[in-house]
Design a protein around this ligand. Structure first.
Ligand SMILES: CC(=O)SCCNC(=O)CCNC(=O)[C@H](O)C(C)(C)COP(=O)(O)OP(=O)(O)OC[C@H]1O[C@@H](n2cnc3c(N)ncnc32)[C@H](O)[C@@H]1OP(=O)(O)O
Length: 530
């Protein structure tokens, strides 16, 4: 009952990392300076930690880390607790809800608290302490006392622990659900924790896989968190290229930690271990924490895919500053593979007030009879690309170039310089008319080297199979031709690496428009701040 208000008041003061140190019974009012003591690892501690992460989830800016240094496994010999632990983010402030009448800096409670904190962790010089005054719900307070009992009845049973524990996951953008899984694994492990981190093929079926952080970055975040929360453990973090990784070959492992969703995987690990002549692992299942803020189309549990969905339409990296590009109109280069829904985003942005420059359409105009490249294209590709009325048959030309890099380059070498020139002229005209934002809608903007013509790159993505399905329905070409067309373009994952904003059109139209509106309003904010 105390956690929610404590977290709420702490979240108003903390911008980034909130370390939590558990020390039940700590007295800051006695005559002696309190020291950190061991807390036995019981089911109560386990439940409290899980609840703390789940409750903290509404404060999305907070990176909460519950420190397990002074939590002692059953039967473990307690090493001396004298040494000061280095944390990755040395604390600047120590917070407590310890009740006291006077909050002045000379308050002895505050001084004892500062000494206590610096005896456990290396803090920033001039660490200050702040007394929190959490707004406890009145009905939770009985006779002026805030009850210490947790809501659910938990026993103080000691937790069973194991020398070597294994856990696996993608661990993209470490969230509170991951932190529960990892903290439980750390609580159960006495000596070593082996963490398998999904990579490559295992990421293929994930929602918005293009936005999953690179393995190195995920591994670094993971390792920083683990070393912070329990530095005494030996950590081994390995890439998982199949569902099992070393869990089915490592003879020292004793326990596997799974979630409700991965329980089946844990049982499969045991079958494989039996086949390999190894002892079965104890399977420890954790409950998934609910995401209290999950949106209409998001999963109920705290999940990385929901976090990735929330990134759609937001600024992923700072826009480039290029003094040679006039500040107005502000140019958004909108790109995306064939069938990725780029046109519907472009049209919606136009409705919101952008000037839409459709480069595909510009291209179609310049090889109309009498257009600037008509003769050059006919000369390069032969008379068989002409219809009876003398116009270029784009379907025939498309069949010749998509799937043949050499022929495509021949065509684009003729077309791109002229198209770039025309696009620049159109932008100048728009500027003269006072246009503030121009959307340069160009499928192969990056490949054409046009990135320096725009202030920001926005990219639309959909899974490849969805793009193929759409192309088949819309353009009536064969599946093979659709795949050839996609292969002529940069893969989405590459486009995303260069993009400032990413949009995904795989859900209902309302969702697509919602993303475009979010991106547009954040852009307006950026432009105002400039
Ligand atoms: C820098 C830029 O982004 S310019 C825009 C792209 N245009 C070009 O590169 C010019 C060369 N291409 C063309 O002349 C024509 O696309 C043709 C003749 C090859 C085919 O014409 P059509 O059959 O009418 O197809 P259309 O022009 O609509 O292009 C089909 C798709 O392929 C994409 N595409 C066009 N050119 C290319 C290219 N060079 N490389 C990869 N994809 C391309 C289009 O953007 C379009 O994507 P969409 O499905 O998201 O709308």
């Amino acid at each position: 009952l105390r956690l929610v208000p404590i977290l709420a008041s702490a979240s108003r003061l903390v911008q980034d990392t909130l370390y939590v140190h558990l020390q039940p019974g700590l007295s800051l009012t006695g005559s002696t300076q309190p020291r950190s003591t061991y807390v036995p690892a019981t089911s109560e501690v386990y439940t409290l930690i899980s609840k703390l992460y789940a409750d903290a989830d509404v404060h999305s800016h907070l990176d909460v880390r519950v420190l397990l240094t002074n939590i002692l496994n059953q039967g473990a010999t307690p090493p001396a607790l004298g040494s000061v632990q280095n944390l990755s983010q040395p604390p600047e402030v120590v917070l407590t809800d310890f009740e006291t009448g006077d909050g002045g800096q000379s308050n002895p409670v505050k001084q004892r608290l500062e000494r206590y904190a610096t005896s456990c962790y290396s803090c920033r010089p001039n660490l200050i302490s702040v007394l929190l005054y959490p707004e406890y719900e009145l009905e939770a307070v009985v006779d002026g006392e805030v009850p210490l009992q947790p809501e659910t009845s938990v026993t103080e049973e000691p937790l069973q622990s194991y020398s070597d524990v294994v856990v696996g996951g993608t661990f993209d953008r470490l969230h509170n659900g991951h932190k529960i899984l990892l903290s439980v694994s750390c609580l159960l492990a006495e000596k070593r924790l082996l963490v398998g981190v999904s990579d490559k093929d295992l990421l293929e079926s994930k929602v918005l896989k293009e936005l999953i952080l690179p393995y190195e970055q995920r591994m670094t975040q993971l390792s920083e968190f683990l070393v912070d929360v329990k530095p005494s453990l030996q950590y081994e973090i390995v890439p998982l290229l199949d569902r099992f990784g070393p869990s089915i070959t490592d003879p020292h492992l004793k326990c596997i930690v799974v979630s409700e969703e991965t329980l089946k995987g844990g049982l499969a690990v045991n079958r494989k271990r039996m086949e390999n002549g190894l002892a079965e692992l104890s399977v420890h299942e954790i409950l998934l924490a609910r995401d209290a803020q999950h949106g209409k189309n998001e999963e109920e549990k705290i999940s990385s895919s929901s976090l990735r969905r929330r990134l759609l339409g937001t600024l992923l990296r700072p826009p480039r500053k290029d003094s040679s590009l006039p500040p107005f109109p502000y140019i958004i280069g909108l790109t995306g593979g064939s069938g990725s829904g780029k046109s519907s985003i472009a049209q919606h942005l136009a409705q919101l007030g952008a000037f839409h420059l459709d480069v595909d359409a510009l291209g179609h105009n310049i090889y109309a009879p009498g257009g600037p490249v008509y003769h050059q294209v006919v000369e390069a590709f032969g008379g068989d690309i002409l219809k009876e009325d003398g116009t270029i048959d784009r379907a025939v030309l498309g069949a010749k170039v998509f799937g043949d890099q050499g022929q495509l380059k021949r065509l684009t070498d003729i077309m791109w310089p002229v198209m770039a020139q025309m696009a620049k002229e159109k932008i100048k005209e728009a500027a003269a008319q006072g246009v503030a934002v121009c959307v340069l809608d160009a499928a192969v903007l990056l490949k054409a080297g046009w990135a320096d013509m725009v202030h920001e790159i926005w990219t639309t993505i959909v899974p490849e199979e969805e793009a193929i399905r759409r192309i088949l329905v819309r353009d009536g070409i064969s599946e093979e031709a659709a795949r050839r067309r996609l292969q002529s373009q940069m893969p989405s994952s590459q486009l995303v690496k260069h993009s400032h904003v990413v949009l995904c059109t795989m859900w209902e139209l309302e969702d697509t428009y919602g993303q475009a509106e979010k991106a547009w309003s954040l852009l307006q904010k950026r432009l105002k701040e400039e």
